[in-house]
Each structure stands twice: as structure tokens, then as C-alpha cells.
Design a protein. Structure first.
Length: 221
């Protein structure tokens, strides 16, 4: 099992009141799985993905990644897991504007201490359909669809066990959205790469192997 999250609870304080966002959500992800998470705006998709991606911690519940229980009191362990085991793709790309395309893709490798990732970065960029002539361009010069392809290559650079994508196509036109989800599907099939994808789009969700709905803080079929 790549990722196992059981009975996750999370609430936020809002002034005097408390909002219970996650109320016992559980999810199990195997290698080569591709799961869509749907749910209305505010249902807690991003909250859940941040917790699964170790960017936030639950109030209660248990998360196990690659057979290891998450150790929330160990920042170094968390940073290492985030860097090595998990790839992220965000709605607004979250690329470094002042860096070039290839530098963006290499960055997580360099953070992990690998300074020889240029060749792999080039291969991944070719894989996601970015032409060589773009490699040295600053990312802000790219289109949204191109930026998301670069973000996907960046997410793949450290061969993560799972890629977590939070509305990866929400900012793209229909054609680019289809391009991105087809690309994810191809990567899923080619490398047995696991994905969890939060989306509002039925078209995107239908490309995944299964769909879970976040409802009242729980994941249901
Ligand atoms: N850091 C926070 N502090 C307080 N409330 C928060 C925080 N993060 C999220 N929330 C609240 O938790 C609820 C779920 O938010 P979340 O962003 O997870 O929903 P979502 O399903 O991703 O929505 P969308 O589809 O619009 O992206 C919302 O009511 C939101 O206001
Ligand atoms: Mg969200």
C-alpha cells in the first residue's frame, strides 16, 4: 500500500465557532491507482490533500505512507517524505517565476541533494510534451497548459510514490484540461504512477480509475 489514511478528523476555528471539515475520512491508495476526489466547494478537498501530502496535520486519525506511520513531531522526517515520496501539482502551478523551465523541474532533486538531475529533467519535459526550445525560458512566459505540464514534470522528478494534484485543470481551458488529464493517465499507465486528483470536473474524474466523493467530511463512493 502506497498511502493509507484512516479516520481523519480536522476542524478549524472560525471566530467563536468551530467548523468540522473532515469527520472520519479514510482513503487507501495502491500502486498505479488513480483516484479522483470530488465534492462541492468548501467540502474539504484541499484540506484533505494538504493532510495527505504532509503539509498539514490532522486533529486525529492515522496516516501511513509506504508502510511508515507519519511522525508529526519529526520535521526532518516530514520534509524528507514530502521531498522523496510525494509529488504535488497545484491549481496555480506554484512554479518559481524567476527560474527557467528546466531549473523548476530540477529544483526538488536539488533540494533532495541530487545535483545531476538535468538529463532526467530533460527526459521528463519531453515526456510531458515541452519542446527543447522552451527549456531555458523563464516559466512566466509559458501558457497555463504549458506551466501545468512543467509542474507535472517537476512533481515526477524524484520518482514519488504518489502525486497529489489539487484541481490541476481548474485554471485551464477545456482543450488544455483534457491534455493534462490525458497526460496524467498516460503517466499513470506507463510508470504505474499513483495519483490523487481533486477536481470539480466530471470529465477529469471520469478519466480516473475510481471516484470518491467528499461529503459531510467523509469519503464515500
Ligand atoms: N486554514 C484554515 N483556517 C480556517 N478555515 C479553513 C482553513 N482551511 C480551510 N478552511 C475551511 O475549511 C473548509 C474546507 O475548505 P477546503 O479549501 O478544504 O475546501 P475545498 O473542497 O478544497 O473547496 P474548493 O472546491 O473551493 O477548493 C472551508 O469552509 C474553509 O473555509
Ligand atoms: Mg480546494
Amino acid at each position: 500500500m502506497i498511502l493509507k489514511a484512516e479516520n481523519i478528523h480536522k476542524s478549524f476555528k472560525s471566530g467563536e465557532s468551530i467548523i468540522n471539515v473532515l469527520n472520519g475520512a479514510s482513503i487507501y491508495v495502491e500502486r498505479s491507482d488513480m483516484v479522483a476526489i470530488m465534492g462541492v466547494s468548501g467540502s474539504g478537498k484541499s484540506t484533505l490533500l494538504h493532510i495527505l501530502g504532509l503539509m498539514d496535520r490532522p486533529d486525529s486519525g492515522k496516516i501511513n505512507i509506504m508502510g511508515e506511520d507519519v511522525q508529526y513531531d519529526d520535521e526532518e522526517w516530514l520534509a524528507h517524505k514530502r521531498n522523496r515520496n510525494i509529488g504535488f501539482v497545484f491549481q496555480f502551478y506554484s512554479l518559481m517565476n524567476e527560474l527557467s523551465v528546466i531549473e523548476n523541474v530540477m529544483l526538488p532533486a536539488m533540494i533532495g541533494g541530487n545535483f545531476n538531475a538535468e538529463k532526467r529533467a530533460e527526459e521528463l519535459l519531453a515526456d510531458v510534451g515541452i519542446e527543447r526550445s522552451m527549456f531555458k525560458k523563464k516559466v512566466y512566459k509559458l501558457s497555463g497548459g504549458e506551466m501545468q505540464r512543467v509542474a507535472l514534470a517537476r512533481a515526477l522528478i524524484n520518482t514519488p510514490d504518489i502525486i497529489i494534484a489539487d484541481e490541476p485543470t481548474a485554471n485551464l481551458d477545456k482543450q488544455s484540461s483534457i491534455g493534462i488529464v490525458e497526460l496524467m493517465k498516460r503517466i499513470n499507465e506507463k510508470y504505474n504512477q499513483s495519483f490523487i486528483i481533486a477536481t470539480h470536473s466530471k470529465d477529469v474524474a471520469c478519466q480516473c480509475k475510481r471516484i470518491l466523493n467528499l461529503n459531510k467530511g467523509m469519503l464515500i463512493l
